[in-house]
Design a binder for this molecule. Sequence first.
Ligand code: SAH
Length: 248
Amino acid sequence: MDIPRIFNITESAHRIHNPITPDKLVTLGAALRLEPGTRVLDLGSGSGEMLCTWARDHGVIGTGIDLSRLFTEQAKYRAEELGVADKVMFIHGDAAGYVADIKVDVAACIGATWIGGGVAGTIELLVRSLRPGGMVLIGEPYWRQMPPTEDVARGCLAHAISDFLMLPELLASFGRLGYDVVEMVLADQDGWDRYEAAKWLTMRRWLEANPDDELAKEVRALLTSEPVRYATCTREYLGWGVFALMMR
Ligand code: SAH
């Protein structure tokens, strides 16, 4: 049970598997006014940077679930490194349908809303672990500019323009689901560069170390095409943010 191997290769050196940056994770933690002992659940926790740094900086207690064995191992290592292994727990597994035994104060899914079949389904799933009055965190892309064609949307690795909304519509959609948007921290193009461009050096080094691997051809093709695809499409058209929601 794991994610497709290509992601474990291209994102093996990432601490954060999203266009949010370490300073913006700090901003988000402060914005949410986290108190020591706050319980946080993170579905699709990746390499655990959010939970580990918030445990260090705010004393939160966290559980993360992630389908990547590699990222989960990295998250456990990071918890040791930051001295918070007693505060955070990382579980390797499928987060689809995961509901916490003890209700949490903050239930998050940052950039993995396919886990609940989309934004609405993921919010529903998270709420099943949430104490009354708790906060949901959703990390999700939106169109920074509307793509002029479906081809451009596909260039952003979306299936279609309809995959994502413009920011005002995304915020309105949370309202229609019955939630107040109580905070948000948005990524910017520099953050996108940190997420996307960091894959290129990782791919280059991996290719040098693994020339005969069965995925070498695919990685070679990606390294050749990704910089231009990214600069043409994702960097210009796709926004991304973390939205904090509380039920009305
Ligand atoms: N929230 C993290 C990771 C985002 S990337 C961060 O911001 O850094 C998306 C993550 O979802 C990846 O770590 C991937 O391994 C994980 N993932 C994908 N499908 C999953 C599933 N069904 N259950 C749990 N995790 C999943």
